[in-house]
Design a protein around this ligand. Structure first.
Ligand code: HPA
Ligand code: MG
Length: 226
């Protein structure tokens, strides 16, 4: 079978699948802030791989967004690094081709986690008036999608402002029962149901300054528990 026959182009957007038994890389192989030494188990997804996958997602976005402009709705705080890197790649692609996709970035803040547990209610903190989305092509940029409860609620909220089109980019999608894969149009990585930190993902506000995505250790969970 030729490579072309083997490739499902829709499937490429479904994300790199990280298997349940993936142990991650030993910490010694990479650099990271020394004070986190005991707080993380391993380097689960190295920063360089995250960046290159996002560059690939930027290509998919360019192909799908046919207008000249888009509104990028960044879900804070976890989505901020993903958003910055994705938008930078989209801008670079535009400067190096004959089509420039203008990006207007807006922010929304949601909060639903305490320690490593999801709480029931979704809070939209800050601006909840998204009337600027009317008739716009919108890309929601979220760091992590698991059960999809949050994303479903957000999509419903966004739709009330009558955008022209809405797509969702999720850097990570967790393999959980009833996973929300179908809500997410562009997936960076599909990961097992483990609590990960780094690349702006936090555990009670810690670890956002770690560039790699890592698995938190027992020591880390205890040290930063509230
Ligand atoms: N890490 C950090 N924040 C999260 C996660 C996670 O694994 N899942 C949902 N929010
Ligand atoms: Mg968080």
């Amino acid at each position: 079978m030729s490579a072309a026959e083997n490739v499902d182009t829709a499937g490429l957007k479904r994300g790199i699948v990280i298997k349940d038994d993936w142990p991650g890389y030993s910490l010694d192989l990479f650099t990271y802030p020394e004070h986190y030494h005991e707080d993380i188990e391993n380097v689960y997804i190295p920063h360089g791989i995250i960046k290159n996958r996002i560059e690939r997602l930027a290509h998919y976005v360019m192909e799908d967004f046919e207008e000249d402009q888009m509104v990028v709705l960044c879900v804070l705080k976890g989505g901020y690094k993903f958003c910055v890197d994705l938008v930078e790649f989209i801008k670079t692609l535009g400067r190096n081709s004959n089509r420039y996709l203008e990006t207007r970035v807006e922010f929304i803040r949601l909060k639903s986690y305490l320690n490593d547990q999801s709480t029931e209610d979704l809070h939209i903190v800050g601006s909840s008036d998204l009337s600027f989305l009317r008739e716009k092509s919108v890309l929601i940029v979220e760091a992590i999608v698991d059960t999809g409860k949050t994303m479903k609620a957000l999509l419903k909220h966004v739709e009330t402002f009558q955008p022209k089109m809405v797509k969702v980019a999720g850097l990570l999608v967790k393999r959980v029962p009833n996973m929300a894969e179908s809500l997410t149009d562009y997936i960076g990585f599909e990961i097992p149901n483990r609590f990960v930190v780094g690349y702006a993902l936090d555990y009670n506000e810690y670890f956002r300054d770690l560039n790699h995505i890592c698995v938190i250790s027992k020591t880390g969970k205890l040290k930063y528990k509230i």
